[in-house]
Design a protein around this ligand. Structure first.
Ligand code: GTP
Ligand code: ZN
Length: 372
């Protein structure tokens, strides 16, 4: 591998025009923005990376591509052992430099059927695994395909961040309450809504409270992850819509009985892979993959939600013990690991329909959900 592939000594040479150093969270926000625009990024001292999905530079070329092990496995470009951890980065070397349009066939499984790969390709060890993993993680956060041209020509003007910046950006302590208001809703006319903001993160999470908040009674809580298709269009492909309605109804019953209910609406669409990647996963499901295989084929984790963020919301609301409506033991474990006491798991199973039948079976059989 050439000199450009090797990281130089760790160091952070990021400077803004004024000469001041941007904060770690700001560097990550700018890098997320860059991926959405298709601008290149530089992680630490690793080579410049150009996001293949969004790159507006059709002339850019590179002989190396960065993808995840899961995607490489789907393309049969790596062995089973390397792919065991789907998150780990894999460098792919093409026989000759590829243009963005050619690289898209590697990045996007929707093209698996109609665009033959311009091989041969070879999987190579990556000399900068932490930087590569951070880039893949950032692509997931930005909601773009986790695939990059490595050291593209032309290089463009990369936006720089450091590996450690990601932890600073996702620190739950960045979250604070932005405002509160009353919000009469069908299940409770005296409901209240509380909105949260996080430093250098555009996602606005909210909490809905039904009933009087008391410290002597653990609230009935639902963590609802955003699902545009289920929440707005009542999609039959998942169980999100009915679960949301049933959670609000149960909270109202709780409030009427002198208790209180709390719904956290988390802006972590598609279990954290974003709307467009979730819809790509749906397209793969149309072709026969299940919900977990589809994420893997995209090179994305099956589960990428940030539950410490939900724990922080509870903390900001003064809640340390909850009764949680869920069928997912991993949610309970994640909240407990983040310091929340889950006094009770309240089952939250809704009737299946012909369209979400297989989805629910996959959750039960492959993701450990407590469904009958
Ligand atoms: N990536 C992906 N996300 C999906 C799919 N179907 C639904 N989702 C997302 O899954 C999330 C909903 O999961 P939840 O119902 O909150 O949680 P859960 O893990 O199923 O556990 P419960 O609390 O038992 O419902 C939402 O963000 C949906 O957008 C899918 O096929 N692929
Ligand atoms: Zn859904």
């Amino acid at each position: 591998m050439g000199q450009a592939q090797r990281p130089r000594a760790a160091g952070d040479r990021v400077r803004s025009l004024s000469g001041a150093r941007p904060s770690p969270t700001r560097r990550v926000a700018q890098a997320i923005d860059a991926l959405r625009h298709g601008w290149p990024i530089r992680v630490g001292d690793a080579p410049v990376l150009l996001p293949i999905e969004t790159a507006p530079l059709p002339e850019a070329r590179a002989a190396h591509l960065l993808i995840s092990a899961a995607r490489a496995e789907t393309l049969r470009l790596t062995n089973q052992r390397a792919a065991a951890d789907g998150h780990s980065p894999v460098l792919i070397r093409a026989a000759e430099p590829l243009r963005v349009a050619q690289a898209l066939a590697v990045a996007d499984p929707a093209r698996d059927l109609d665009a033959p790969l311009k091989g041969p390709f070879r999987a190579e060890d990556c000399a900068w695994p932490a930087e590569a993993a951070a880039a893949l993680e950032l692509a997931r956060v930005a909601g773009v395909l986790p695939a990059f041209l490595v050291a593209p020509a032309p290089e463009g003007e990369p936006v720089a961040f450091a590996v450690a910046d990601l932890a600073a950006w996702s620190d739950p302590a960045n979250l604070h309450i932005a405002t509160r208001a009353t919000l009469p809703v069908i299940v409770g006319e005296d409901a209240r809504i509380i909105a949260f903001r996080a430093i250098d993160d555009m996602r606005e999470h909210v909490a809905l409270v039904l009933g009087e908040q008391t410290s002597d009674r653990a609230p009935l809580v639902r963590l609802h992850s955003e699902c545009l298709t289920g929440d707005v269009f009542s999609s039959l492909k998942c169980d999100c819509g009915p679960q949301l309605d049933a959670a609000l109804a149960a909270m109202a019953v709780e409030a009427a009985a002198g208790g209180w209910g709390l719904l956290l609406y988390l802006r972590q669409e598609g279990r954290g892979i974003g709307l467009i990647n979730k819809l790509r996963a749906y397209r793969l499901q149309d072709e026969g993959l299940d919900t977990l295989e589809a994420n893997r084929s995209l090179g994305l984790p099956a589960e990428a939600r940030d539950f410490p963020l939900a724990a922080r919301m509870l903390d900001l609301l003064g809640v340390d013990t909850i009764r949680l409506m869920t069928n997912n033991p991993a949610k309970v474990a994640a909240l407990e690991a983040a310091g929340v006491t889950v006094a009770e798991r309240v089952p939250h199973q809704l009737p299946a329909n012909p369209h979400n039948h297989r989805y629910l079976e996959t959750k039960r059989d492959r993701a450990g959900h407590l469904l009958t």
